[in-house]
Unconditional design. Structure first.
Length: 331
C-alpha cells in the first residue's frame, strides 16, 4: 500500500524472513561465521540461539543460499512438538527420501543410511539445519545425534546445526543429552543490534527496495525506533512498517521522534487491550477501549476526506477539459 506512495519497488519491512534482505550486523556476521566454521570442520553440531525475531531463520536461509551445492546437500526443517520418529521422517522428507510420513522408522533409517553412502561416494556431505529446536524433547534430539554416528571410513557424511530460542540451552543441559553436548563444537547466542546498527539496518532495507530518501528518517526517529525495538530485527520491522503506513495515511515525507512515539503507542495499546484468544466477547463489545477505536475512526475519516477532495479535484479537471473541448469545437 505505502510502497507505491514512496516510490519503492516493494515493502521493505515485511515480517517474512527473506535472506535477500540479510544485514551483516556484528552479531549476525559472528553467527554466520560460526555456521561457516561448522561447515569447514565437517563434523559435530553447531548451536545458535536467539530471541524471537532476532533473525535466526533469515540467517539460516542466508547460509543455505551461500552453500556450495556441488559439495554439500543441505535441508532446512522447522520443528514443532514432534517425537523422535516423526523428526526422522521430517528429515527424510526434507531430503526427498519419503513421501509418506507414516513410513516405518526402520525403513526411514535405511533410506537415510543409503542416502549418506551415496553422498559420500559422490564426495558430498549432508547438512541438516533444525530450526525452532527448542520445541524438541531430549528423546527427539537423540535422533540427530544417532544419525551423526554414521561414518564412512574416517569421515562423517552427516552433520547437524541446531537453531532455537534461548530456552533451547536449558533443553541441552538435560542429563539425557550429555552425549549430544559432547559433540557440540561451537555455540553462539544471537543478540540484538546496537543503536548504530539499528539505523544502518533500517536504511539497508530501504535501499534494497529502491529508496530515494523519501521518506526521510530524522536522527531522533531512528533513536526512538531503537528505544522501542531494542535492536531486535522483527520489532524494528513491525514498528517501521506501521510507521510507513502511518506516513502514507498522513501524507508524510519525513519522520521524527514524535511520529515514532505515536505509532509505538498505538501498537502498545493494541497489544495491551487485545482480547485473549477464545475469549467470550458479548455482542457490541470489541474488547478494545474507545480511545483506540476513536483513533482508528479519526484516521479513516481523514482518509475519506482526502479521497473526497481528490475526487472533487478530478471532477473539476474533467469539467474544465470538457468545457475547453466544447469552446474549441468549430461547429
Amino acid at each position: 500500500m505505502y510502497a507505491k506512495f514512496y516510490g519503492l519497488r516493494a515493502e521493505p519491512f515485511l515480517l517474512t524472513p527473506d535472506q535477500s534482505f540479510f544485514f551483516e550486523s556484528s552479531v549476525h556476521s559472528a553467527a554466520l561465521a560460526y555456521l561457516n566454521y561448522g561447515i569447514t570442520r565437517g563434523e559435530g553440531f553447531i548451536v545458535i540461539t536467539g530471541e524471537i525475531g532476532a533473525g535466526k531463520t533469515t540467517l539460516v536461509r542466508r547460509l543455505c543460499a551461500s552453500i556450495d551445492q556441488r559439495k554439500i546437500l543441505a535441508a532446512h526443517v522447522v520443528t514443532t512438538l514432534v517425537s523422535g520418529s516423526d523428526l526422522l521422517r521430517m528429515v527424510a522428507a526434507a531430503f526427498g527420501l519419503v513421501n509418506d510420513l507414516r513410513t516405518e522408522k526402520s525403513t526411514v533409517l535405511l533410506r537415510l543410511q543409503s542416502f549418506f553412502d551415496q553422498a559420500n561416494r559422490k564426495e558430498k556431505r549432508v547438512l541438516l539445519l533444525v530450526d525452532e529446536a527448542q520445541n524438541l524433547t531430549a528423546s527427539a534430539l537423540e535422533e540427530p545425534r544417532m544419525l551423526s554416528n554414521f561414518q564412512n571410513g574416517n569421515s562423517a557424511p552427516f552433520q547437524s546445526f541446531l537453531i532455537g530460542q534461548p530456552q533451547f540451552r536449558m533443553v541441552l543441559a538435560s542429563p539425557e543429552l550429555e552425549q549430544l553436548r559432547e559433540r557440540v563444537i561451537a555455540s553462539y547466542h544471537l543478540g540484538p543490534m546496537d543503536a548504530r546498527e539499528c539505523g544502518e539496518y533500517l536504511l539497508h532495507r530501504l535501499r534494497h527496495v529502491g529508496w530515494k530518501e523519501d521518506p526521510i528518517f530524522e536522527e531522533s526517529a531512528i533513536e526512538a525506533i531503537y528505544a522501542h525495538s531494542g535492536g531486535v530485527p522483527r520489532r524494528i520491522n513491525t514498528l517501521c512498517s506501521r510507521l510507513m503506513l502511518f506516513g502514507y495515511l498522513e501524507e508524510l515525507h519525513r519522520f521524527n521522534k514524535d511520529d515514532v512515539e505515536r505509532v509505538a503507542d498505538d501498537i502498545a495499546r493494541e497489544i495491551q487491550f487485545a482480547p485473549a484468544t477464545g475469549a467470550n466477547i458479548p455482542n457490541g463489545a470489541e474488547g478494545v477501549p474507545h480511545a483506540v477505536d476513536t483513533g482508528i475512526e479519526a484516521r479513516v475519516a481523514g482518509i475519506e476526506q482526502r479521497f473526497s477532495r481528490r475526487e472533487e479535484s478530478l471532477r473539476r479537471a474533467a469539467a474544465a477539459l470538457l468545457l475547453s473541448s466544447v469552446s474549441n469545437d468549430p461547429k
